[in-house]
Design a protein around this ligand. Structure first.
Ligand code: EPU
Length: 342
């Protein structure tokens, strides 16, 4: 114990990262209130340690033991804070499990987050990479968040514009990286809810279920079924969802690629650029289902790398590099990893 804060040393992180990588943290603390963060900031020994904020550990690849202090966000609490004619505002603590939170909102008749059902991770981690799936991103229902600033020890709030959300991106991956700790997130859930059925997989699932006018609950159930079919359950096989972002390229480069690869999967972006399906590129290179040692490419989705048992983070990183090299050589496109490497 230091400054009344319960610190654990040589803490095993295997069950705290969904890849299931067996590494240790030099020091670990469960953060359930801002007082813990203030205590760490004011402690001479703790404040100088490198810090790593950990939520559900679902977007991280540990390549070595972490020689610093892991701040595991454990704060809990969900509440409706206000409403107006447009929306109901719901605030959730950073340590809440994302999927449980989505289910909480749906259970109270509040739609908006249903397409984001079953995404692993925590509420506090969700804004960092602006989680997205099936045509919806977190930013679509985001209102504001509060965070602790390790530089000055103050709590500040950010609205949507200040978060600078992009595709799997936000200010927390740039200017506020290693500085801010998200404490809670407030969502604006629309009163005039409309189903978001723009994604082909969801449309097909609705047709198969005979649902012409689905509720948020029914969309959530469909999304859960799609994810369970396509993506490995981290509780069964270690993974961090999509390992690479879908690359965004110029339309001219896509046109050149289409001449050689007429089946290239691409989606036009509002700014005229084009997003390619990284899973398709990797699949074309023959990687689906392949492994290097214990690090593998998931059989049903080439964009997902898996830990087949006892892979190290280095094993996964080596496999990722081999895939990047092949995709670069064949398509002239560099894939960028989605998880954070530590
Ligand atoms: N494809 C293949 N082979 C594969 C995988 C995909 O040909 O092995 C093709 C599919 O046939 C499809 C296209 O690639 O035409 C896109 O595949 P999919 O619909 O599975 O989506 P994705 O682009 O691979 C993205 C997100 C997922 C999200 C889904 C659904 C990224 C990096 N990934 O995957 O997010 O669940 O769309 O919206 O944007 C995550 O970020 O961890 C994640 C799982």
């Amino acid at each position: 114990m230091t400054s009344g804060i319960s610190i654990q040393s040589d803490f095993p992180l295997r069950s705290h990262n969904t890849f299931g990588i067996a590494v240790n943290a030099h020091a670990y603390v469960c953060v359930s209130s801002v007082d813990t963060l203030l205590g760490i900031r004011n402690d001479a020994a703790l404040s100088v340690l490198p810090r790593l904020v950990l939520g559900g550990g679902s977007n991280i690849l540990f390549t070595r033991n972490f020689a610093g202090l892991v701040l595991h966000m454990c704060s809990k609490g969900i509440e409706i804070v206000s409403e107006d004619s447009d929306a109901v505002y719901v605030r959730a603590a950073a340590g809440e499990n994302w999927h449980s939170f989505v289910q909480w909102t749906i259970g109270r008749g509040l739609g908006g987050l249903e397409n984001l059902s079953l995404i692993p991770g925590s509420v506090g981690a969700a804004p960092i990479q602006n989680i997205g799936a099936y045509g919806v991103e977190l930013k679509d229902c985001f209102h504001s968040l509060s965070a602790f600033d390790f530089e000055n020890g103050e709590i500040f709030t950010l609205d949507k514009a200040a978060c600078q959300f992009g595709y799997r991106d936000s200010v927390f991956k740039h200017r506020l990286r290693d500085r801010a700790v998200i404490l809670d997130v407030t969502f604006a859930l629309p009163k005039r809810w409309q189903p978001n059925l723009q994604y082909a997989d969801v449309v097909q699932e609705m047709a198969a279920r005979g649902l012409a006018n689905p509720t948020a609950q029914e969309i959530s159930e469909a999304v859960i079924a799609i994810r369970q079919r396509k993506l490995p359950d981290p509780g069964m096989i270690g993974n961090a969802g999509s390992f690479f972002k879908n690359p965004v390229i110029a339309a001219a480069q896509r046109d050149a690629l289409l001449l050689r690869y007429p089946k290239l999967v691409s989606h036009a972006q509002p700014d005229g650029s084009v997003k390619l399906a990284a899973g398709w590129l990797i699949d074309q290179c023959g990687w689906k289902g392949k492994s290097i040692g214990q690090a593998g490419v998931y059989e049903k989705q080439a964009l997902v790398l898996v830990n087949r048992g006892n892979a190290t983070g280095q094993d996964i990183a080596c496999l990722a590099q081999a895939i990047q090299a092949d995709v670069q050589a064949r398509f002239g496109v560099m894939l960028e990893p989605e998880p954070i490497f530590v």
